[in-house]
Ligand binder design. Structure first.
Ligand code: IPD
Ligand code: CA
Ligand code: CA
Length: 270
C-alpha cells in the first residue's frame, strides 16, 4: 500500500507539472486514442519504483501493451500467471490531460493470484488520494469513503464513457446512454474511467456504465467501489474480475435497475 501510494503521488505530481507542456502527441489505434511522452514517462517512473521494492513482481501497464482489445486481453492472460501483478494506468484521462481539462488520474492496483487486493487512484489536480485494501475499507485522505444512498435511478447521477473504439464500443455505449438518459436524474461523461469509479466510491456519482474498458482502467477503482460499500459487475451482472471489459459499478441500491435498462437497450456488449 505504501509503495502504491508513493508511486501514485510521485507520478501524479510530475503529470500535473507537465500539464500544457507535453512534447510528443501521438495516436494509437485510432485518431481518438491519444498518448504523450507524459503517459510513457509516468509509467516508466512507476515501473521503476515498483521494481525497486519488488523485483519479482509482474507489471501490466497500459503503455507496455500494444493497442487494441485483442492485445490487451493477451497481455492480461500472460500477466495473470504471476502471483503478484501490478496493474497500472499512468494517466487515465489522457484526452483531458492533452486538452487541459483538469480531470485525470493515476490508477494503480495490485492483484494477488488474480484478485485485486490494493487499489490506489490519485487525482493530482485536486490532490485527492482514493485508496482501498481488500477487506479493510476505502479511504480518501484518511476519511472513510462511502457510496451514495440514492435508492432509484430517477434520483441518481450516473457516469458513462466514450472510449476510442468507435467500431464495437461506441454504438453499444450510445444505446446504453440513450436508454439511461431517460431514467436518471442526469448523466455525466467526464473522461476518466478510474475517476468515475472513485467518484462512485465517494458517493458523488451513484453509478457508472461503460463498454470496452481495459484492466488498467478498472482494477483499482473496482476495489475502491467495493470497499466503499458498492457493487461492481460486468454489464450482465456477473461479479467483477480483472478480465471484465464491459462494466457497471454502482452504490448497490440502483444496480439491478441499471442492469435492467442496459439489458433492455441491448447495450451489454456481451
Ligand atoms: C480512457 C478513459 C476514458 C474511457 C476510456 C479509457 P485513457 O483511458 O478512462 O474515460 O472512456 O474507455 O480508455 O486512454 O485516458 O487512459
Ligand atoms: Ca485508461
Ligand atoms: Ca492511460
Amino acid at each position: 500500500m505504501a509503495v502504491a501510494i508513493n508511486c501514485a503521488a510521485k507520478a501524479g505530481e510530475w503529470i500535473k507539472s507537465r500539464l500544457g507542456g507535453y512534447h510528443d502527441l501521438n495516436t494509437k489505434q485510432s485518431p481518438q486514442d491519444l498518448v504523450t511522452d507524459v503517459d510513457k514517462g509516468a509509467e516508466a517512473m512507476i515501473r521503476k519504483l515498483i521494481l525497486t521494492h519488488f523485483p519479482d513482481h509482474a507489471i501490466l501497464g497500459e503503455e507496455g501493451v500494444a493497442p487494441g482489445a485483442a492485445a490487451s486481453a493477451a497481455a492480461l492472460k500472460q500477466a495473470s500467471e504471476s502471483e503478484y501483478l501490478w496493474i497500472v494506468d499512468p494517466v487515465d484521462g489522457t484526452t483531458n490531460f492533452v486538452h487541459g481539462f483538469p480531470f485525470f488520474c493515476v490508477s494503480i492496483a495490485l492483484a494477488y493470484k488474480g484478485e485485486v487486493i490494493i487499489g490506489v487512484i490519485y487525482d493530482p489536480m485536486r490532490d485527492e488520494m482514493f485508496v482501498a485494501e481488500k477487506g479493510k475499507g476505502a479511504y480518501i485522505h484518511g476519511q472513510p469513503s462511502k457510496v451514495s444512498s440514492d435508492a432509484a435511478l430517477s434520483g441518481s447521477i450516473v457516469a458513462v464513457g466514450f472510449n476510442p473504439d468507435r467500431e464495437f464500443a461506441l454504438p453499444v455505449n450510445m444505446r446504453g446512454l440513450n436508454a439511461l438518459s431517460g431514467e436518471v436524474r442526469s448523466l455525466r461523461a467526464a473522461g476518466s474511467a478510474a475517476l468515475h469509479l472513485a467518484y462512485v466510491a465517494a458517493g458523488r456519482l451513484s453509478g457508472y456504465y461503460e463498454v470496452g474498458l481495459n484492466a488498467w482502467d478498472v482494477a483499482a477503482g473496482a476495489l475502491i467501489v467495493k470497499e466503499s460499500g458498492g457493487i461492481v459487475t460486468d454489464t450482465t451482472g456477473n461479479p467483477y474480475h480483472i478480465g471484465v471489459r464491459h462494466l457497471i459499478a454502482s452504490n448497490g441500491k440502483i444496480h439491478e435497475e441499471l442492469l435492467g435498462v442496459v439489458r433492455a437497450a441491448d447495450a451489454t456488449g456481451l
